[in-house]
Design a protein around this ligand. Structure first.
Ligand code: SAH
Length: 359
């Protein structure tokens, strides 16, 4: 008999299974809460279930959990966690206590092991796509980090989620949506408001309006260029969904009032940081309720791009602002432990890294 994965099963599926076993449907919610809210590691810990049900579940369902393989602490309070999944792969999550907004503790969550999108400046890309995470594996990153903070005697808990870790969230849509719903659920999961959940995408345009309809999360777009020519080169996904198609999808995103779309723009020296780029960007984004996060490129010996000088970053920001855009410079966090944007995924477990040639 095919065994059911408690980290991936949906509530209706679990209800159906339990009914077939002669159990009441409400047991499904009890089980899901044990898994995604309490983060139990075995069925035996589900103490409000009968012994009979527990032993049947132990025999016929699987529950594999994440194990902290390594946790690194940066000077600025950032913690980078490497988790080993039940299937033996490694994923990373980054806990970022926010200095500029005290009380906001973000977790940068992974959606896939590796990534298929192949952005030329991103280190995770060099892994390729290994596999999609299940909904439960996405949610569990939050639970395990909270658990670890508690064990360390820290008072803070994760209260802001950014889907900006390894992977392209919209390429794992089937697990992403249930994961976001669980993260948002008070009863079944960590209970974090959708206002405090941001999904960042490299630009899988057709999924963007749907995302907003399925779960009203904050949207972030990794734009990173102002011409298709440059974007084609640094983000090959642009050949499938060019800038205009992507922005059209953003316009179709159901944006709740008083919210804005975030456009992330990694500044790469001599590639996308010219005055002409700074002039084109406000024109492209005209009519969109949005802000721009400028991310000075985080350098890595394996990635052949450089960070522009700070004067250029500031000049770029000033130009956007004088054209009426809100533009922020994102201070890199956890750089000393390779936890900053685009640095996840290759340190642990003997890199399968191949040096890619950027054309
Ligand atoms: N795949 C999703 C989620 C990852 S978010 C996405 O692309 O949006 C990671 C963010 O970090 C993206 O905005 C990406 O453009 C940025 N990034 C990747 N590599 C980087 C690097 N080396 N330095 C700075 N930012 C980087």
């Amino acid at each position: 008999m095919a065994s059911v994965d408690l980290k991936a099963v949906s509530e209706p599926q679990l209800e159906a299974l339990l009914e077939a076993w002669g159990e009441p449907a409400y047991r499904a919610r009890q089980i899901l809460a044990w898994v995604h809210k309490r983060g139990v590691r075995s069925v035996d810990e589900m103490t409000n279930l009968s012994k009979t049900l527990r032993s049947r579940l132990s025999a016929e369902a699987q529950l594999s959990t994440l194990r902290i393989e390594k946790c690194e602490f940066a000077q600025d309070g950032t913690r980078k966690y490497a988790f080993k999944t039940g299937r033996g792969d490694v994923i990373e999550s980054v806990f970022i206590p926010d200095a500029s907004a005290p009380g906001r503790n973000s977790l940068c969550v992974s959606s896939q092991v590796g990534c298929a999108i192949d952005c030329q400046f991103c280190l995770t890309a060099s892994l390729g796509l290994i596999r999609n995470l299940s909904a439960g594996e996405i949610v569990e990153q939050v639970i395990r980090v909270d658990e670890d903070l508690a064990a360390a005697g820290r008072p803070e808990r994760v209260n802001n989620i950014v889907m900006m870790g390894m992977g392209e969230p919209l390429a794992n849509y089937g697990a992403l949506i249930p994961a976001l719903r669980l993260i948002n659920s008070e009863a079944l999961g960590p209970g974090i408001s959708t206002r405090r959940i941001t999904v960042s995408t490299s630009g899988l345009a057709p999924k963007i309006p749907r995302l907003g309809q399925d779960v009203p999360v904050q949207l972030a777009i990794s734009l990173n260029a102002t011409t298709d020519d440059v974007r084609d080169r640094i983000m090959p996904i642009n050949k499938t969904y060019p800038i205009e198609v992507l922005l059209e999808a953003c316009r179709a995103f159901p944006l709740p009032s008083r919210r804005r779309i975030t456009f992330e723009y990694v500044l790469l020296d001599g590639i996308n940081d010219s005055d002409a780029d700074a002039r084109r960007l406000p024109k492209l984004l005209k009519g969109l309720r949005c802000k721009v996060n400028l991310i000075p490129f985080n350098e890595h010996p394996y990635v052949p791009f450089a960070r522009p000088p700070i004067s250029r970053v500031q000049r770029f920001q000033r130009k956007l602002m004088s054209a009426g855009l809100s533009a922020f410079v994102r201070t890199p966090r956890g750089e000393d432990i390779s936890a900053a944007c685009g640095q996840l995924g290759v340190e642990v477990d003997a890199p399968k890294r191949v040096l890619r040639v950027v054309g």
